[in-house]
Design a protein around this ligand. Structure first.
Ligand SMILES: Cc1ncc(COP(=O)(O)O)c(C=O)c1O
Length: 443
């Protein structure tokens, strides 16, 4: 039998499609006769790419499934699991969104790197708040939430054989953004900033090839660890010495307590030579569902992210970008007030847990309390099982620390998104459930 090889050359490009077929060529495709009997159905296998198969099972799946089931059954679960703000944005921002949505000119595709006035507003916030000058054209890009920007930055920078150093325990995308970009990860204990920095230096001295990226995140999720500005001065020094790039995830820039001011990485001298910083309107501005984030800093890294985004997305809905400008320009006082609300909730939760005998440090920033699982439970069960018990017997959902990697085992992350009354209720329910649990295990 002869094999026919057809080459279809499209008229206006050099693309060639090579088709091997034993059938005479027919422009409508080869004719297929219907089968006389139905074939036995074969299972149709969908095989994911290896980058997907490298991902572990979702650690919060068990908690989430039980939470949804309980809510479907009508239980009033107090949810301290996700860091999903429950307070609304400033009304002036919502009104601007409504007005901008009514403008017919705002409904087409926008620019994937964000409209210029939004980028200018971000630059002016950097100058006002941190005394840092950032060029809105070359050194700032808008993202569909900082998580999208972070993931695509990993894709722009990382590939097979590249290694990123990340904090441990870790916010999942810090690990899996790198894994999805086919990179490798070295996770370094985040609790003590000096130890973290000496581990960075040690890793660079001893790993071959040397790490390509350092990912940092202060105020840290989940542990609430914070740093002083001198930390970033040392990060820049190490980056220049060992030749790695820096990505700082500054998601909790606007949520801080007791006068603490989280420092911006970009305020360290030379920071823009080596890295970028991601910020977001999700937390301080209560705009999590709006998906507005930014990346600022090194122009070449911004260009890399812009290249990926140019292929993948058409940017944020323009009305949202216009409302975000108003939020940045006019609602600083509301953002500060929101921090005070979180501070009040922090005090209620920490006081309540301490009354139950738990060891808890009050966080200086961020939206979470990172609490040690108390004795005897930490010796008797996994953190996941403990969290399931609080949910099933106490109707309080929390995030088990093990969801943030092995270093989180023995801890719970409790988010401050419920109001003070609900937090007091949560503490009562936890106390009752654990007394019951202690009584059951003693009997
Ligand atoms: C450390 C950290 N980075 C990034 C994000 C995601 O922020 P965004 O809503 O801007 O994607 C979160 C959200 O919980 C976070 O905790």
């Amino acid at each position: 039998m002869t094999q026919n090889t057809r080459t279809l050359t499209s008229a206006n490009s050099s693309t060639e499609f090579i088709m091997n077929t034993n059938e005479p060529f027919d422009i409508d495709g080869p004719s297929i006769s219907p089968p006389t009997t139905d074939p036995t159905p074969e299972p149709f296998e969908v095989k994911f790419a290896s980058r997907v198969e490298r991902l572990p099972p979702y650690m919060f799946g068990r908690i989430n499934n039980s939470l949804y089931q309980k809510r479907r059954d009508g239980d009033d679960v107090i949810d301290l699991g996700m860091g999903n703000p429950s307070d609304p944005p400033d009304p002036v921002v919502v009104q601007k969104l409504i007005d901008a949505a009514k403008d017919e000119g705002n409904h087409g595709y926008s620019k994937s790197n964000g409209i210029v006035n939004l980028r200018r507003e971000v630059a002016s916030k950097y100058h006002r708040k941190y005394g840092v000058r950032v060029d809105p054209d070359a050194e700032i890009i808008s993202c569909l939430g900082s998580k999208e920007g972070f993931s695509h930055m990993c894709l722009a920078l990382m590939g097979p054989g590249d290694t990123a150093m990340i904090p441990s325990p870790y916010f999942p995308v810090h690990m899996y953004g790198v894994i999805l970009a086919s990179g490798n990860v070295v996770a370094l204990d985040v609790a003590d900033p000096d130890k973290f920095l000496s581990n960075v230096a040690y890793t660079c001295e001893n790993l071959t090839p040397s790490p390509k990226i350092l990912i940092v995140n202060y105020p840290h999720n989940p542990s609430s660890a914070v740093i002083e500005p001198s930390f970033f001065v040392e990060v820049v020094r190490l980056a220049k010495k060992y030749g790695f790039l820096v990505i700082h995830d500054f998601a909790y820039a606007d949520v801080a307590f007791d006068g603490y001011q989280p420092p911006s990485f970009l305020s360290a001298p030379g920071a823009k030579d080596v890295g970028v910083e991601f910020t977001t309107m999700s937390k301080g501005y209560n705009m999590a569902g709006w998906r507005v984030g930014f990346c600022a800093g090194n122009a070449e890294m911004i260009r890399g992210l812009g290249t990926i985004k140019g292929y993948y997305d058409y940017g944020m809905f323009q009305a949202i970008q216009i409302a975000a400008i108003v939020a940045l320009r006019e609602t600083e006082a509301t953002v500060e007030k929101q921090s005070m609300i979180y501070q009040g909730r922090r005090d209620v939760l920490v006081r309540g847990l301490r009354r139950l005998g738990w060891t808890v440090d009050p966080p200086k920033a961020g939206m979470f309390v990172w609490a040690k699982v108390p004795e005897p439970f930490c010796n008797e069960m996994s953190t996941m099982d403990f969290a399931m018990r609080l949910l099933e017997e106490g109707n309080v959902a929390v995030s088990p620390g093990s969801g943030f990697g092995a270093a989180g085992e023995g801890f719970l992350r409790m988010s401050l998104v419920e109001n003070e009354h609900r937090l007091r209720q949560a503490v009562r329910q936890i106390g009752k459930c654990l007394n019951q649990s202690a009584a059951t295990s003693a009997s």
